[in-house]
Design a protein. Structure first.
Length: 345
């Protein structure tokens, strides 16, 4: 097994090889957040540029092309993602290197993919390739494209430059323009089997109990589970779940300030999962994310009105759209918890 992809991606990798004979100009990889889509498409991008592709479809790792790729300066490769995901400055020659450096020096890195990043691909796509092979553009997450960037990318996908391959990844297809979806070959990457994911987490150093807890709370996504285990915010999650388990205005106001120090998008996602479990238990008696809170969920499910619960889910989903840009984090959390309390009491 090649270590460029995760154990649960082997069958997907084998399936992907069938596309090599007639490559589409754009492939959109989609699946749950936290399952390794970005690493998977990076491995595929390297293999498309490799000069000595192996029989199993993986890059050789030793040719000149692989050397450039691994150093982050392959002339026929570009990666497009939000500035906020760049944990280090882009390599010289990578899209928007100077612009990103300047932006980081002056303001908070953007969580959007901007039109300037798409426009900067024009020069890249209009020059000859270095080795007379493919040009490869990797873009993720596709739902981070703002509206002008989406429209600019759409124009490129409508008239793709010859010899250019687009590899996109998305956590939420419903947040993409239908016209972009229609111009990409969609390729689903599934969640790993539970035991496979748990075994991998244990290999990363988590004990079985913690691995099971984090894996369930992240919906079976192992990379998300590992990231949360390393983030050190178990205390905040436990506080939120305690408030959700016994909703009251007093508890909401008491804990809002502390909880507002956690990423608001993360808080909203935790509450979305709680509401999913609450509705699921009410309808079918099943719990997906928080089985250790079965007693509390059962108690709430017995009393909460279904119409109010559905409205709470709708409100929380809408709140996710503004979580990245709240006027006041504390007021945001207070409103979120008070709205939930009103729905469940």
């Amino acid at each position: 097994m090649n270590n460029a992809i995760y154990p649960w991606q082997q069958s997907s990798w084998q399936q992907l090889q069938s596309l090599r004979e007639r490559l589409p100009h754009a492939i959109l990889f989609h699946g749950e957040s936290g399952i390794g889509k970005a690493d998977f498409i990076q491995a595929f991008a390297q293999s498309l540029l490799c000069e000595n592709v192996q029989a199993d479809g993986f890059a050789c790792g030793t040719c000149a092309s692989c050397g450039w790729f691994l150093q982050g300066n392959h002339p026929d490769y570009r990666r497009v993602r939000p500035e906020a995901l760049e944990d280090e400055a882009p390599a010289e020659g990578e899209e928007g290197a100077d612009a990103v450096k300047g932006a980081k020096a002056s303001k908070t890195p953007s969580k959007d993919i901007k039109i300037e990043q798409i426009r900067q691909l024009a020069d890249f796509m209009n020059i000859s390739t270095h080795r007379q092979g493919l040009r490869v553009v990797v873009l993720y997450p596709a739902e981070a494209l703002n509206t002008p960037a989406s429209n600019a990318l759409l124009k490129t996908l409508e008239e793709p430059p010859p010899g250019t391959m687009f590899l996109l990844a998305s956590n939420s297809l419903d947040r993409l323009l239908p016209t972009i979806l229609s111009r990409c070959r969609k390729f689903a990457l599934p969640l790993p089997e539970y035991q496979v994911a748990l075994a991998w987490l244990q290999e990363q150093g988590l004990n079985k109990e913690d691995g099971e807890s984090w894996l369930r709370e992240q919906g079976g996504a192992p990379l998300a589970a590992l990231a949360q285990s390393e983030a050190g915010n178990r205390e905040e999650l436990d506080i939120l779940l305690a408030v959700l388990a016994r909703p009251s205005a007093e508890a909401a106001l008491k804990h809002a300030d502390k909880l507002s120090k956690t990423g608001l998008a993360t808080l909203v996602s935790w509450q979305q999962r709680w509401l999913y479990d609450l509705l699921s238990f009410k309808m079918s008696g099943k719990i997906r994310y928080y089985p250790r809170h079965q007693k509390e969920l059962a108690g709430l499910a017995a009393t909460v009105h279904t119409v109010k619960l559905l409205q709470a889910i709708k409100n929380t989903n809408e709140r996710r759209a503004t979580a990245d840009h709240p006027l006041s984090p504390k007021l945001f959390v207070e409103a979120m918890l008070l709205d939930y309390t009103a729905s469940c009491t």
